[in-house]
Design a protein around this ligand. Structure first.
Ligand SMILES: [Zn+2]
Length: 101
């Protein structure tokens, strides 16, 4: 294996359960942030989650990625979590308004 894909372990952030549940009640079935699990109905950033959920794929390696069983596709990344984890920036796809959902 010469050209390893660049991936990053997705950090986890535990928010108070009550807070997440309250947001969940308001946001229905929206997907949760990959870091903190808060539902994000209109995500501004998405991560391509691979390896069954633990890792995100580098934006620059998208065209070399071959989907496998661990491909969980694109999930939201909250702007707050991105700010707290600047190391995730190269792994965050910017969502153009109106293209998702
Ligand atoms: Zn988050």
């Amino acid at each position: 294996m010469s050209d390893e894909l660049r991936k990053i372990d997705i950090p986890k952030r535990d928010l108070p359960k009550k807070f997440v549940e309250a947001r969940r009640r308001r946001s229905g079935s929206a997907y949760g942030c990959v870091v903190c699990d808060l539902p994000i109905p209109e995500p501004k950033f998405m991560c391509h989650v691979v390896d069954g959920g633990g890792a995100a794929l580098h934006v620059g390696d998208e065209d070399r990625y071959v989907p496998d069983d661990g491909d969980l596709a694109f999930l939201p990344l909250g702007t707050d979590c991105l700010r707290r984890h600047p190391e995730l920036k190269p792994y965050a796809h910017k969502v153009e308004p109106g293209t998702f959902g």
